[in-house]
Design a protein around this ligand. Sequence first.
Ligand code: TLP
Length: 342
Amino acid sequence: MKIIDLRSDTVTKPSQEMRKAMYEAEVGDDVFKEDPTVNKLEEYAAELLGKEAALFVTSGVMGNQICLNVLTNPGDEVICERDAHIFNYESGSPAKLSGIQLLPVEGKNGVFTSEQVEPLIRPASAYYMPRTKVIEVENTHNRASGAIWPLEKIIELKNLAKKYNLFYHLDGARIWNASVATEISVKEYASHFDTISCCLSKGLGAPVGSIIAGTKDFIQEAYRIRKSWGGGMRQAGILAAAGLYALKNNVERLKEDHEKARYLAQRISENKNLEVNLDAVQTNIILFKPLKLSVEEGIKRCKDEGLILSVGKIDLIRAVTHLDVSFDDIKKAADIIDSVFK
Ligand code: TLP
């Protein structure tokens, strides 16, 4: 039985062409900054994101956590959305690695407003309170079904961050998806933030790695932190080659993943035993609620039929489209979902 794996876009495997690029990569010791392919990837990504410098890191979690660590001191506070990845899925690392706390705000489809944030900013004179240091935004928003932050909302919060002298960080794990969906360049998105972390190993199909970007001074400090957390890699050009290949070949095609997600979400919405917020399905993630079966039972029954899904939230099932599933696979997935939740 062919298995259709929609647990995440992280399950993609490097294509033959990507593997060829990896095989042929020129390498050196990146801890000495002598890996030409890593250097090329970092320069290319910095240019693409319109930032002074970029750094190749092992994962999205490492990217976000290095950024937060560099931007804060222990005891500081970071404002983020209630469903943010840094709040829910990074193993408590802000507290563990940087001694900082997060202040979550309830958003709508992952988006929160400056009116919500302004009253939460701690007064500078209140020495007994934590210091507010960073506002963090996630675009696209994973636990909000891949919803996109409207540019005007991004700018509104940037202005607030500026007003209070706060840093502004973007978890842009899937910023590529936001960019192809809106036709707003990643450079434009990134220009509003001090720091950005974005993944190569999600919809872009690279096996490993993320990029963080910001000013030269920021990246110099990030480089120290990466090493101290065990993230200094040696002949990492083999991995960077996959990242470069992904950035050059796999961005535009994300549109196909969005079409697949729209089709699947539509089919799910036609099933009276399932509930889906179609407004939030703007990119490649679908969250849906089974009304008659539990999430666990629904996932188990789909798996028995050859479709692997994951838990999106306590009462929601998640399906993510990606480059290793065809349109036919998605039609099959929709049929399986219909038969399980009939
Ligand atoms: N998300 C994973 C899981 O952790 C849920 C997924 O399958 O979607 N930021 C965002 C918005 C993410 O969605 C993820 C991964 C990360 C950061 C972390 O990236 P990795 O897994 O590379 O550390």
